[in-house]
Write a protein that binds this ligand. Sequence first.
Ligand SMILES: [Zn+2]
Length: 249
Amino acid sequence: MFFSGSESEKRGKKVIKNLYYFSENQMLDCNQYVIEDSNTDELALFDAGNGMSLKGLFKGMEKFNLDPSNITRVFLTHEHIDHVLGLYPLMVKLKENPPEIYAFGETVKILEKGEKSQICPDILGIDLTMFGIEIIPLKVNELINSNNVKVSPDFNFQIHYTPGHSLGSICYYDFTNKLLIPGDLVFTGGSFGRYDFPGGSLNALVNSIKYVNNLDVKYLLPGHMGISNQGNEQIAFSYRMIQSISSFY
Ligand SMILES: [Zn+2]
């Protein structure tokens, strides 16, 4: 079966103190990141995964003594199915103490309306019923471009609006730790996000990658594939790749 691996553990890795990476599980899942506030034990989760992988994330977290019921905030990079569908089962699991959800611009609007066609674009050819998850309107806190979000005493992220992959795409950038969570803007190995989904734009993607290419980044923590501690080299590689593609148009 297509999604039969969904219960398997999401493999975790400590990136730096109080920051953990859980790698994507199977098709149509995403990488997730957990930040622990060592004073309060509260956890912040970056991206929600596809929902089918939620149990696997919880299993992976337990290995690092991270208690999923301590998730108090979920920060989203953008509105796509593989990053947000996990919100719905997560809110059910944590209904005693539901986490606050944070996102930017269009992502907020789409989630508050529960707009299936934006969360799961037809172009993917995915039948949402395969996931057995119902999309319902959610309350979402709106992040503001270039504002800062203090996630814990150790992590302070600036919000950077970086369209191109989708209308609601942002990067979370921590200057002190030189850490970038770019969602599906840039990946390692010279890859970058697709720009053929609704609201996508190659031009905007090039400009957004150019923009993050000027940030000081050691840790690149993208929405798919591997992570890197040579962030600037990786972003520059992706920037060269997308420039070579865009020159054909
Ligand atoms: Zn996406």
